[in-house]
Design a protein around this ligand. Sequence first.
Ligand SMILES: Nc1nc2c(ncn2[C@@H]2O[C@H](COP(=O)(O)OP(=O)(O)OP(=O)(O)O)[C@@H](O)[C@H]2O)c(=O)[nH]1
Ligand SMILES: [Mg+2]
Length: 297
Amino acid sequence: MDPIPPHLGGNSADSMAMCMVLDIPGSATAFQERVHRAGVRIVQNGLAGGRFDKMSETLPVHVTVVIPTRNEEEAIVDTIRSVPSDGWCEKIDFLIVDGNSTDRTRELAEGEGATVYLEPRKGYGRAYKTGFAMAPGDVIVTMDADCTYPGEEVPGLVRKLLEEDLEWITCDRLRRAEEGAMPGLHGFGNWVLSTTASMLYWYGVHDSQSGMWVFRKSIFVDERVRPKHDGMPLSQEFKIRARRYLGKNKTAEVSVPYRPRVGEAEINTWGDGLLNLRFLFTHRLGLTRQVTPWGPE
Ligand SMILES: Nc1nc2c(ncn2[C@@H]2O[C@H](COP(=O)(O)OP(=O)(O)OP(=O)(O)O)[C@@H](O)[C@H]2O)c(=O)[nH]1
Ligand SMILES: [Mg+2]
């Protein structure tokens, strides 16, 4: 079965055409210089089916931005538009995994040319377990549908992934959070969870709760890398698995700006915080179990 019905339009001719053209004077030279400076060898991409050509200005890769949504009509359009689609990669599409929104989220996302998949099973993690399996791109990028993450950084992050031959990047929000982005309890909860995760797993990630990742879809061939939780703990679970099974040389944490939320949050700060904390301990003890399987129903 084709995982994404063609009528959903994620691979629309318009977005393809937009991504095929790029003509930025000097950028190839700058790119080569950066590669040279970093002493990084550009290796076989192995995903787009060809060699990553350092002379090329368009990254030879198909990128899918996966966004879970639940009642995000205020921010979904700006979130999608925040990611450049002006030809920096061969192809880019958006996959919205919607958890039964009762507002106009799905309609607005479709209006932006995104593929919208209705995932009625509840949960942030549940949405990603569906979206990751369905995403058609070689590289997957994630973000919330609330304008908190910097879409404009996506091309640079994907370029870094390819240039440095990484498998997975997680974005740290703590160092560059803008005023009001992580108010009171949120900031404190983040600190408690991130510190606890560092002590229990010693995995070198500062922001355990960030939901912006940039990675190659092929990492999921190794099933140990697939996060299993249906709820918010999927975020920290993914980081723990990626660092453990992909190794520190193939993974990185990069600081990005983080902005105040647009639209009402639906998360239960205390409930989700405690669930995350409990997960850190139970996962360490090997006591967590998978409730629903990987992929769409
Ligand atoms: N499909 C689906 N998406 C969800 C669900 N719960 C949350 N989301 C989406 O997942 C993303 C993350 O949720 P947020 O409410 O932003 O959680 P958060 O970032 O921890 O909280 P804030 O700091 O308030 O933004 C958002 O885009 C939500 O719309 C769900 O049950 N199903
Ligand atoms: Mg959010």
